[in-house]
Design a binder for this molecule. Structure first.
Ligand SMILES: Nc1ncnc2c1ncn2[C@@H]1O[C@H](COP(=O)(O)OP(=O)(O)OP(=O)(O)O)[C@@H](O)[C@H]1O
Length: 468
């Protein structure tokens, strides 16, 4: 008895598998297929047909075929019992080729099956083109979204050709392919986030989005639910249906833990557990979930010092510090300032729809002399500020730079002949422009006001390419 029921069970299972296989074939086959019973009610319709008619399968099943498909003759085939092959049928403005076959059982027509294909390849081609256009559009929007989120950074967007930055880029490129944790160290605004994005985008995980967590920006009491997520009803106010945490969202991708030095000690212990066990458990959850993540952490704090002071766990430090990437300060690679300035000017011109092309030698020199405690972020801010102060000029001049920056450079510049010459030239140019404007372009009055001869004024207007 037991053996018989086991055999039956096995047969049932086989039949079930076979049925599932047919269902799958039915849905993936290119033709549009419909099956009706002897009353003309739809019994089956494959997914492609539903998609083509833009209807839900459940709304079609059980409905008379004439109410769902235009110009159908399926109900007629049931009556005549005669197959119709190669009939032209118009559906939703498309000329289609329809084949209809009666289903005969024990000499009786019990239903019919119909298939439909596009009449000519040109029409099919049109659909393929339409779909591929839509795919391209989706791709475009995906890219734009990445750009808007600042997630499209690659190693090409890391500007600079100083030895320090090239060394950092070369190490970062080498480790992109691996799954090893990376600890990015560097002062604020040096580009740690940029490097994290570039590493992720060059890695085999780049099909999935980089998941960012700023450990300093999230209050300590919320960090756990942000990282681990929670189950429904885990605590008062928990979202119905629960919420996945950043670790879960980063499955198969990379998680970027920015400002890791600000992670509270209790969370450090939990992070360590995730790294060791490769498993996470939502708050209020009962069982763990395997996760496959790569960790990139960054900080501008001295973690070694924090380990000594016991404010950062030593074991976690070693787990994160598999590859240490130090991003150099701008101060240590001032030779990169002109390249960066040029890059930022172009970027901002595009973003702000402005026509700024250059910077005067004196202003550039001033930027190169400065120490940049806020690094590239500060440089970006200084240039953006200049853009906002500029009238119609196409060049950034000394007068567009913040007074604090000019002040800091003044003493140093006085000892430097080249700088002094540039500064004098720029002051001269500004003064000429100002007086020309005030005298409405009158050169005689301008030369009088400035106490120079008219010949000298003309010579200077030419030299500084002042538009009169
Ligand atoms: N080498 C570089 N080339 C071009 N742009 C850069 C470079 N480095 C940094 N930037 C730009 O400077 C800004 C600051 O960079 P980012 O946010 O990556 O710095 P950070 O070190 O992560 O700062 P923080 O420590 O404050 O989080 C960003 O707009 C970034 O695109």
């Amino acid at each position: 008895m037991k053996r018989i029921s086991e055999e039956m069970l096995k047969k049932l299972e086989e039949a079930d598998n076979e049925l599932n296989l047919y269902r799958t074939i039915f849905d993936i086959i290119y033709n549009l297929i419909v099956v009706v019973d002897h009353n003309g009610l739809i019994r089956m319709m494959n997914q492609r047909y539903c998609d083509f008619l833009k209807i839900n399968k459940k709304d079609a099943i059980g409905v008379h075929v004439t109410k769902v498909i235009e110009n159908t003759r399926m109900h007629i085939v049931i009556k005549t019992g005669k197959e119709e092959v190669g009939d032209v049928q118009e559906i939703m403005g498309n000329k289609m080729i329809a084949d209809r076959f009666p289903i005969v059982h024990d000499g009786k027509v019990i239903g019919a099956v119909g298939t439909v294909i596009f009449k000519d390849l040109a029409e099919l081609d049109m659909y393929v083109k339409r779909v591929s256009k839509m795919e391209k559009e989706i791709e475009f929007f995906k890219k734009e979204l990445k750009k808007a989120l600042g997630a499209d950074d690659t190693f090409e967007t890391v500007i600079g050709d100083s030895e320090e930055i090239l060394k950092a880029v070369s190490l970062a490129k080498r480790v992109s392919d691996t799954k090893s944790s990376v600890l990015i160290l560097g002062e604020s605004g040096t580009g740690k986030g940029l490097f994290a994005n570039a590493i992720h985008n060059a890695s085999p995980r780049s099909d999935y989005p980089l998941i960012k967590v700023n450990c300093a920006a999230i209050p300590a009491e919320l960090l756990e639910s942000e990282l681990f997520g929670y189950e429904s009803g885990a605590f008062t106010g928990a979202q119905k249906g629960g919420k996945p945490g950043k670790f879960e969202l980063a499955h198969k991708s990379t998680i970027f833990l920015d400002e890791i030095g600000d992670m509270p000690l209790n969370m450090q212990a939990k992070l360590l557990k995730v790294i060791q066990e490769k498993e996470i458990e939502r708050i209020g959850g009962v069982k763990g979930k395997d996760i496959d993540i790569r960790i990139i952490a960054a900080t501008n704090q001295n973690l070694e010092e924090m380990v000594k002071n016991k404010t950062f766990r030593e074991d976690l430090y070693y787990r994160l510090n598999v590859i240490k990437l130090v991003v150099p300060s701008l101060r240590s690679r001032k030779e990169d300032v002109p390249l960066l300035v040029d890059y930022i000017i172009k970027k901002l011109s595009k973003e702000m729809d402005r026509f700024v092309t250059e910077i005067t030698p004196a202003a550039m020199e001033c930027l190169q002399e400065y120490d940049w405690p806020g690094n590239i972020r500060e440089l970006e801010n200084v240039i953006e500020r200049a853009f906002n102060l500029m009238d119609k000029e196409a060049k950034i001049e000394l007068k567009h730079l913040p007074p604090s920056l000019l002040q800091k450079n003044r003493d140093r510049s006085l000892n430097d002949n080249l700088s002094l010459r540039h500064i004098i030239e720029e002051v001269e140019k500004n003064a000429i422009e100002k007086h020309l404007k005030e005298t409405m372009g009158n050169k005689y009055q301008t030369s009088q006001r400035l106490g120079i001869s008219r010949t000298s004024l003309y010579e200077k207007i030419n030299r500084y390419q002042i538009k009169v």
